[in-house]
Design a protein around this ligand. Structure first.
Ligand code: ZN
Length: 339
């Protein structure tokens, strides 16, 4: 067992995390700031749930009823997006189109889960798979050096950011092309705050965030990358820019009961992924590269947020971040990427 850096006595954020400081009780600067905000958080949750109900009324107006779908779900087959999709369909009664991205590392169990769950929920589904050589080149470059800004790497590994960047852009492009007014994401309450849980996409902001990913990737694979990002014709369709929503920010979140719920649809927990992913075989390797490069786990921000907000126990969070990495998962990814 290697020696760990000093950790916050409350939320498990390590001293190696950028910008963090500790008080004499060992409480990190983020926990000190968050103290006493619990009531505000639960008020905000109710506010955003209400806001979502209003938004649904708006997008389901008779004039819009010609649209085939209300929401495009970014569906990885993992536990969070599975649960989110079941909420959109069964609780909010939306017409859902699920879109999955095959990065070459979809666990077999996850692929099976995708088929089972979309059928159980009676949801149409698109599997989008970029050609493998392109993904391989991108992941190998990300394993070799940092591609994005410092701020990005506090929240996710470079490998993960590359993939998610393509996923988001693909979903947005598809929603604009098919005139789908909402995009659903399964962000956990630790990944994205409730204040960002309902956001209308804005063409000029989208252009900036797309460039932040597209430009570095163009350095790696040339203009082959442009096909996966928005083109000028998409930006011209300003009235079709959808809302991004991530309902788990205001829903009750508890990992155990969530998994119990989605099992009813035939969902099975994969045995071949690390404890921070229930769909991706590349995740453990991405985490390992990030820890070696930056000295902290790329999921620690998200997990620390959930521990601080009381949606995950400190013990469960600790296990996800500081238990020994499983070398077999890392070796599998290295082999496939030949790095
Ligand atoms: Zn803390």
């Amino acid at each position: 067992m290697k020696t760990l850096p000093r950790l916050c006595t409350n939320c498990i954020l390590p001293e190696t995390f950028p910008g963090v400081t500790f008080n004499q009780n060992g409480l990190c600067s983020h926990c000190q700031k968050a103290d006493g905000k619990a009531t505000k958080l639960s008020e905000d949750k109710r506010k955003y749930e209400q806001k979502f109900l209003e938004l649904i009324k708006q997008v389901r107006m008779p004039a819009a009823s010609q649209r085939p779908y209300d929401v495009l779900m970014a569906y990885s087959g993992g536990k969070d997006s599975t649960y989110t999709m079941s909420l959109l369909k069964n609780k909010y009664h939306l017409r859902v189109l699920a879109v999955s991205f095959d990065n070459g590392f979809v666990s077999d169990t996850a692929a099976e889960n995708i088929r089972k769950v979309t059928d159980a929920l009676q949801v149409d589904h698109i599997f989008f798979k970029p050609w493998w050589g392109l993904m391989k080149k991108i992941f190998a470059a990300a394993a070799d050096h940092e591609l994005y800004s410092k701020k990005t790497l506090e929240r996710a590994s470079t490998i993960c950011t590359s993939c998610i960047g393509m996923v988001k852009s693909l979903c947005l492009k598809t929603a604009i092309e098919m005139d789908i007014p909402l995009i659903g994401y399964g962000w956990s309450p630790g990944q994205a705050p409730v204040q960002s849980s309902i956001m209308k996409t804005n063409p000029s902001l989208v252009r900036l965030s797309q460039q932040a990913i597209q430009k570095p990737l163009r350095e790696v694979v040339g203009d082959a990358i442009d096909a996966y990002f928005l083109q000028d014709r998409h930006y011209a369709m300003t009235d079709r820019f959808p809302y991004n929503v991530h309902p788990m920010a205001w829903e009750y979140y508890h990992e155990g009961s969530l998994v119990e719920e989605i099992r009813k649809m035939g969902w099975v927990a994969p045995q071949d992924t690390d404890s921070n992913s229930t769909n991706c075989l590349l995740n453990a390797f991405g985490n390992d590269v990030h820890i070696k490069r930056h000295g902290f786990h790329p999921y620690v921000w998200e997990i620390a947020n959930m521990v601080r907000d009381g949606v995950m126990t400190r013990e469960d969070g600790y296990k996800k971040i500081y238990d020994e990495p499983q070398e077999s998962f890392i070796a599998l990814a290295r082999n496939k990427l030949q790095v």
